[in-house]
Design a protein around this ligand. Sequence first.
Ligand code: HEC
Length: 353
Amino acid sequence: MAWRHVLAAALLASPSGAWEVPDSLYFTGQGTTAVIAAGTVPADGSRFACAGCHGADGQGKAEGATTIPPVTWDALTAPTGLRPAYDATSFARAVQSGVGPDGRALSAGMPRYMLDDAQLTGLIESLKQLQAIDRKAFGPRDLRVTADVNDPRLRGFADAARAFNDQGGAYGRSVAIVKEGDALALDDVTGAALGVLAATSEALLFDHIVADGHRRIRWQTALSSAERDFHLRQRGLLHGDGARVVLWTRGSAAPPPPETVDILYADLAVAAPSLGAMLERSVTVYLASPDAAVLDAALRDPQPISYVEGYLSGLALGAALTAAGRSAGQEALRRRLQDKTVAFPISVLRIGD
Ligand code: HEC
């Protein structure tokens, strides 16, 4: 692969800050030969792309007992407590022969690569670009997010962002919604956050149902009946078609008719439009939701589900930004958004009788 192509690929990658995989050598390993097992077994380099170990952001990671170091060009060309700074020559030696800038042999966990000069130059260019691409959307005082003005989730997202900013943001950085430029797309943020949020509220609701002592419930869900029964059995619960205790999660399932329900456990993101009808029929509703203010705002919005989705995504982004740390880039942010242990402030609210 010519280095011009590698460079162009790195420059073209993610122009809008969207989370896509660029096709440079760092990401594909294509056209190289990797030598693994301490220099004895040659293998197709595409099976050992750098990004697979050092991460799409080049930040490395701790994997069990092995620490995989960061390899962005800035990181390599700065000395650490463990080694002097790399330059182009010592970088080539590390990647081709597995020898560090201080003469230390790198562990067998780092493959050796047969690369020509053009490939090496291209690789260094992508290590320089990695950081720039990953840090797009981040200003010193803000994280920028862009959305189509007609996106119905924007209202909820903007409200959550305002609340996050009013509380001081994270590390002096607030969430800014911009028309264009280097920014994350709201679609990408909601895409990464919503699956985790749905699972989080479902787990909370199940805990509630079990603690409230119900045994037989009706679960209105888009899951197949086999999957549904599996989840219920795991928690010692049974499905009952006529049961008047109803759990309603996962959007594509039809709303339960209010006259068939005494107690409803629901995810705000699916139940918002039906709450009025439920409360009129004196159904007791337990709702997984961030707080009562969101609920009010959602009920006033013409598109309550989109409002809630936007709001929850905004909350999740704030939590991820805080958890990811001061110098995090997009990749670290995305990992946090998809991590269910990052605290999304959701609890179960009781509304109605
Ligand atoms: C199979 C996992 C794996 C792959 C694939 C991999 N590395 Fe590594 N790399 C490591 C590990 C583990 C270390 C740490 C070795 C040590 O310190 O002994 C390392 C160390 C390095 C170092 C030394 C960093 C320092 O601080 O001294 C550089 C440079 C490096 N890798 C670049 C690359 C490049 C460029 C590629 C792709 C062409 C690549 N690596 C592919 C696992 C990998």
